[in-house]
Design a protein around this ligand. Sequence first.
Ligand code: NDP
Length: 485
Amino acid sequence: MSDTVRPVASHYINGHYVEDRAGTPIPVIYPASGAEIARVHAATPEIVEQALAAAQAAQAEWAALSGRERGRILTDAARIIRSRNNELSVLETWDTGKPLQETLVADATSGADALEYFGGLAASLTGEHIQLGADWVYTIREALGVCVGIGAWNYPTQIACWKAAPALACGNTMVFKPSEQTPLCALKIADILTEAGAPPGVFNVVQGMGEVGGALVADPRVAKVSLTGSVPTGRRVYAAAAAQMKHVTMELGGKSPLVIFDDADLDNAVGGAINGNFYSSGQICSNGTRVFVQRGIKEAFLARLAERLKDAVIGDPLDEATSFGPMVSERQMNIVLSYIEKGQAEGARLVSGGQRIDLPGWYLEPTVFADVTDEMTIAREEIFGPVMSVLDFDDEDEVIARANATEFGLSAGVFTRDLARGHRVIGKLQAGSCFINSYNDAPVEAPFGGVKASGVGRENAKAAIEHYSQQKSVYVRMGDVEAPF
Ligand code: NDP
């Protein structure tokens, strides 16, 4: 382990690392060994106060810069991230246990994409002019103020950047709280933003559990809350934000359908199902964990899947050859194991995996259940681990109705060679982020987010600008005012 893994201090406030050992200690556990690799401290009320005060003090001046000036800082941060991709990817691997093979291409790089994209957009954020005869209206796109970002543990760098980039581009400042399970990466992003020229207080990071998040959400200085987390946490945070009429973005969980028709390219469909269930050891919100396979190709699909699963390289995440790593924590591993037990108890057919792997750390086998039916627990609840449920279907209308019979609506995918059918089916699936003949691509140019219980608002793309800014409209009368008396 290099020294760069150990954070300089627990928090990053007003352009500096800040420590306060009075806060509850949070051990940072490397998921591939179970060893403690660092320790941070949860934010005390004083730390929360410092961070919010810094963000509030910085906001007006930050918003007063031109979009071009703000954008240049964000794109400079993106450049620094890219130049340090290797170091940041290794850190992401220590923080999450995800294989370096993934983190080298999916984490710091996608964070840089977001900073680059919104950095580029910042200069073009404008209001509009609306002519009304002689009179006219103009609109001003304003920042919301101080934003709070709260992250999940699966993509700590990406989540910090996906929230910071649009927020800062629009002239907001942010206090970000990572998941207490992955506290390291966001600190580096804060440090890099400072190096790129972000003024003190523009992006701050405080550590802690849900109660720190709760304190941030409840503070009246905060104008907006963006959460990435589970649906139950989303309900709590949304309700707390609503009490003070705050803006929200909610990126929550899912139980997304991946529909494979019998005319699909089998290898591509199997590849999509692997990406949509086993990347990041299945710890991805948008995963297509209900794999509906048309009955005619079911056995061929399962056979090809079993063959390809043999190629998974399970082991040391820091070895670039490894393609499948551990779960983030012992707790998460046990949650997933309990779902595997439920799957077996409720009559699903275990066709691959299902066991803990005899390695140090929290490794589970990639697991596939066949003959899963809609009412089984593993088909209804988000597992957030490497467990694929394969369900049979016969026709299009049936699969659409069954795919939509869930409270979730984050993602959906369709594999078919009949493109008309692909578009028709995707059009009827209730989901925010969809894929045809692919799964889990999330470029910054595409809006990302869910419908129904899976979320509110969108991250990425121009859509995110609407969630980090508001419009002031100004009516300008050019003549006399007519009044009734
Ligand atoms: P949680 O919902 O448990 O936690 C999310 C974050 O919210 C954590 O930082 C947590 O703190 C914090 N938190 C918990 N309670 C509160 C509260 N009352 N007030 C404010 N903040 C609070 O999610 P996980 O971290 O377990 O992440 C997994 C979940 O995230 C899955 O459901 C997954 O689908 C979802 N997710 C959604 C994504 C999306 O974009 N739609 C992407 C990635 C994940 P702490 O944990 O430190 O106590």
